[in-house]
Design a protein around this ligand. Structure first.
Ligand code: MRU
Length: 491
């Protein structure tokens, strides 16, 4: 894993005029900064309305949306706000000359899969610095996942798939048995890197299933590599279409207050940085904004990694959506004052009974929502459902280093040697959840049958990668209460 380039991020949450130490003396001229900021804002707005259009127009949504957003990103980056951008060099479709080495960076999806490498935005350094991290192997990708360079359950599934595509590419000349060991070992390393986010297991299982289809002991290394590359690209494209679908469905659930903005509360980060494109809970917010609805988003800062304060505030700022950050512990105060109309969050793993794991601090929000009669929604693709986990007790909760709690933004805040507990996720019991928005439809209680139907839908769209030992899931009746929409087109 290497870090080739570092850029100051202009238009981020840092104070105007903030400069990274790596920025050239003088930095970009103010007009260039302003032009880049406006270009990014336009990009986000257009991306959000595209998401909604794609949700409405199902045929070809995945490819079309991906292409459009890539083109828009490329043009923003190619402009670089007049100076050239980091992404333009690597995107031949942009037709742009390589950027000058010290050109300012710009917004983009958190990763870019090239022929022989995966380029990640180092999310630990946002919002103040845009730093590329290059992964050349599945091991690099696993390390980047473990170290939070890339995070957010949907993005993790997509980069894990990309990691296996890289592994197959590097193993082109390997003997079949060696290739099989490499691919299986890589899949294990990726799954173990962040154990709660089941989308990593889902994506790697699907990649291995494709490998099995092609022939695990096939001698033709290039054919295996090409098939796994195509599968990774399909996973990424489908995620884009699925998230667009959820954005439209979620937006349709929310009330239209009279004469004032809709007030939403969210936790952690669920926008394009966490999801590849569009987003889950934040995708819904972007769909509302694209529809011209007035929204105000309260953003929990989300200790200890501050994904809310650093990333969600940055994305909402880029999109021009009004927002306010608050300490996690202040949410109860806000809810008690009646100042939140709904809570929207993403999910890392949904058990068969609807119990749902998400960023630590989600469960107390759900308790508060129930106490104050505020609807509480999860927005998550069906790849987040783990029907092997019968309930929340079966979901593994990742425990991270105590040092993440005893320090804040890289500075120790607790007395040296203090012990700390650092569960990265908590489990919200199904009974506290108003609805779960998936690309297969809006799931309502009782969640057991609704989740079964959503899984049947998912597996009908594409055969289950890893059937349970006692055979594939029986066809189920549609999810109760609200039938799933027509399935989005797969790439
Ligand atoms: O530890 P993170 O930053 O990977 O946690 C992310 C979250 O908990 C998100 O809410 C979740 O992945 C759901 S949608 C992106």
């Amino acid at each position: 894993m290497s870090e080739p380039r570092s850029r100051a991020v202009s238009g981020g949450a840092g104070a105007p005029g903030d400069r990274s130490p790596s920025e050239p003396a003088g930095g970009p001229v103010p007009d260039a900064d302003e032009a880049l900021r406006l270009a990014r804002r336009r990009f986000f707005r257009e991306m959000a309305s595209d998401a909604v259009r794609a949700a409405a127009t199902l045929a070809g949504a995945a490819g079309a949306l991906r292409q459009t957003t890539e083109e828009m990103a490329s043009s923003v980056l190619a402009d670089g706000g007049v100076g050239g951008g980091v992404g333009a060099a690597a995107n031949p479709a942009a037709g742009a000359a390589p950027p000058p080495p010290d050109a300012p960076g710009g917004f983009r999806s958190p990763f870019r899969l090239e022929a022989e490498r995966l380029v990640l935005v180092d999310q630990r350094r946002l919002p103040d610095e845009l730093v590329d991290v290059v992964c050349e192997s599945a091991g690099d990708v696993a390390q980047a996942i473990r170290e939070m360079v890339v995070r957010g359950a949907p993005a993790l599934g997509q980069v894990a798939a990309a990691g296996l595509a890289l592994a197959a590419r590097r193993a082109i000349a390997a003997r079949p048995y060696a290739r099989r060991a490499i691919l299986r070992g890589s899949a294990n390393a990726l799954v173990n890197a962040r154990p709660t986010a089941v989308s990593v297991r889902w994506a790697t299982s699907r990649m291995l299933a494709r490998y099995a289809e092609v022939g695990e002991l096939l001698d033709d290394g290039p054919a295996v590599a090409a098939a796994l590359r195509a599968e990774a690209e399909a996973i990424i494209a489908e995620a884009t279409a699925d998230h667009a679908m959820m954005a439209g469905l979620g937006a349709g659930l929310l009330p239209v207050p009279d004469g004032r903005p809709l007030r939403l509360l969210t936790h952690c980060n669920t926008g394009p940085l966490a999801c590849g494109q569009v987003g889950t809970a934040l995708g819904v917010v972007q769909a509302l904004a694209a529809d011209g609805r007035e929204v105000h988003v309260y953003v929990d800062e989300t200790r200890p990694w501050l994904q809310g304060a650093r990333l969600t505030a940055w994305e909402l700022g880029q999109a021009g959506i009004p927002h306010t950050i608050l300490a996690d512990a202040a949410a109860g105060w806000l809810l008690a004052r009646g100042e939140v109309d709904a809570i929207l969050v993403g999910a890392d793993r949904i058990a068969a009974n609807g119990d749902t794991a998400n960023k630590i601090g989600t469960y107390p929000l759900a308790v508060l929502a129930a106490r104050h009669g505020v609807p509480f929604y999860f927005v998550a693709p069906t790849a987040t459902i783990d029907d092997e986990a019968l309930d929340g007790a079966a979901i593994p909760v990742e425990m991270r280093s105590p040092a993440e709690v005893t320090a804040c933004a890289g500075r120790r805040v607790a007395p040296a040697g203090t012990d700390a507990l650092n569960p990265s996720f908590d489990i919200t019991p199904a009974e506290l959840i108003t609805a779960i928005v998936t690309e297969a439809g809006v799931l309502r209680p009782p969640y057991g049958p609704a989740i079964e139907a959503a899984i049947a839908w998912r597996e009908a769209r594409r055969p289950a990668p890893d059937p349970a030992p006692d055979g594939p899931v029986e066809p189920a009746s549609p999810a109760p209460a609200e039938p799933p929409p027509a399935p989005p087109a797969t790439a």
